[in-house]
Design a protein around this ligand. Structure first.
Ligand SMILES: NC(=O)c1ccc[n+]([C@@H]2O[C@H](COP(=O)([O-])OP(=O)(O)OC[C@H]3O[C@@H](n4cnc5c(N)ncnc54)[C@H](OP(=O)(O)O)[C@@H]3O)[C@@H](O)[C@H]2O)c1
Length: 299
């Protein structure tokens, strides 16, 4: 099986590569991985993307490439760039996958929701209503893939962190080690999700799935929920072995950050569909954070 991964230099892309190398002896022998980055497959050139994909032989396309600069995406010309990468490019990918009868694995976001569900977990079928341009572009990407109606799996996930790329956990860890005062928002709730666990889920899917079977939209994150302040305090507790005081991490409200993009107040993804389909046990976000920190040698 030939697996083509786009966005191989991002958080999730690098995690896939790490996993494929680390577990190369236990993964099926007939799996061949192909790693593409922005230099080889630039999603901004849609004609070139189309011909590159047409000329490449693959059974599964995993799209880890995305425009993820949520605040920048609010202004021109970034808005248009974001739309190309998150909407038009995945549309082309889905078209070529359908033509080749290949499986398309794509990632979307909790930011397709507006976060007004009063803490009730969102199901895949719940009404979407993004609050910012990034969320809108990702939602349009999902819809385009669904309209093309090939063989796909779309995974909506949230608050990714891990060993690779830039993420909240890494930034906070550095600041804690440098003894910087931190100010973190308390009025945005979601679920931190370890990139390694996302990759594990996709590998599980590929091992069990017939590539022609029906398509799915799944929610996939860890269990439980937290606001960014809780997430920051959990990191602090792991590193410093005690709860931070307010001189170390100060709670603030989103309005104080003056961010260009509005974020949803509370999005908890309901993972029942994925758990039932996959038979996997998802773990609590705190447990995964601790495991990740152990593996990194931080604690
Ligand atoms: N990060 C999160 O918290 C989060 C939450 C929910 C959902 N998601 C979704 O999960 C997926 C993976 O996210 P991530 O955190 O791994 O993102 P990421 O670290 O920002 O990586 C994005 C990747 O896309 C590539 N890329 C950007 N512009 C490109 C272009 N014009 N052509 C080709 N490649 C391009 C980047 O390449 P360069 O590095 O060379 O720019 C990078 O490899 C995305 O679909 C994202 O929307 C992420």
């Amino acid at each position: 099986m030939r697996i083509l991964v786009l966005g191989s230099t991002g958080q999730l892309g690098q995690e896939f590569k790490y996993y494929a190398e680390k577990y190369s002896t236990t993964l099926p022998r007939n799996w061949d991985w192909f790693w593409m980055d922005k230099n080889s497959f630039n999603l901004l050139n849609l004609d070139q993307l189309k011909s590159n994909l047409e000329n490449f032989s693959f059974d599964v396309l995993i799209n880890c490439a995305a425009y993820t600069a949520v605040d920048l995406a609010q202004s021109s010309p970034e808005k248009e760039i974001c739309m190309k990468i998150n909407f038009h490019a995945p549309e082309i990918m889905a078209m070529i996958c359908k033509k080749k009868q290949s499986r398309f694995i794509h990632f979307s976001t909790d930011y397709v929701f507006d976060g007004t569900n009063k803490g009730k977990p969102y199901q895949e079928s719940d009404i979407t209503s993004p609050l910012n341009h990034y969320g809108t572009s990702k939602l349009l990407g999902e819809k385009a893939i669904q309209n093309i109606d090939g063989n796909y799996d779309i995974f909506r996930t949230s608050w990714i962190y891990g060993s690779f790329g830039k993420n909240f956990a890494k930034t906070i860890t550095c600041k804690i080690l440098q003894k910087e005062l931190l100010q973190i928002v308390t009025d945005q709730t979601g679920t931190p999700t370890w990139s390694f666990k996302i990759v594990e889920s996709i590998i599980h899917l590929l091992q069990g799935q017939n590539l022609n079977e029906e398509s799915h939209l799944f929610h996939l994150s860890q269990l439980g929920n937290a606001n960014w302040y809780d997430f920051g305090c959990a990191i602090y507790k792991l590193i410093c072995k005690r709860i931070p005081n307010q001189e170390e991490i100060f709670p603030i409200l989103s309005a104080q950050l003056n961010q260009p993009a509005k974020r949803p107040e509370c999005v908890i993804l309901d993972k029942t569909k994925w758990i039932t389909y996959s038979g996997l046990n998802l773990q609590d976000w705190n447990y995964c954070l601790e495991t990740h920190f152990h593996e990194q040698g931080f604690i």
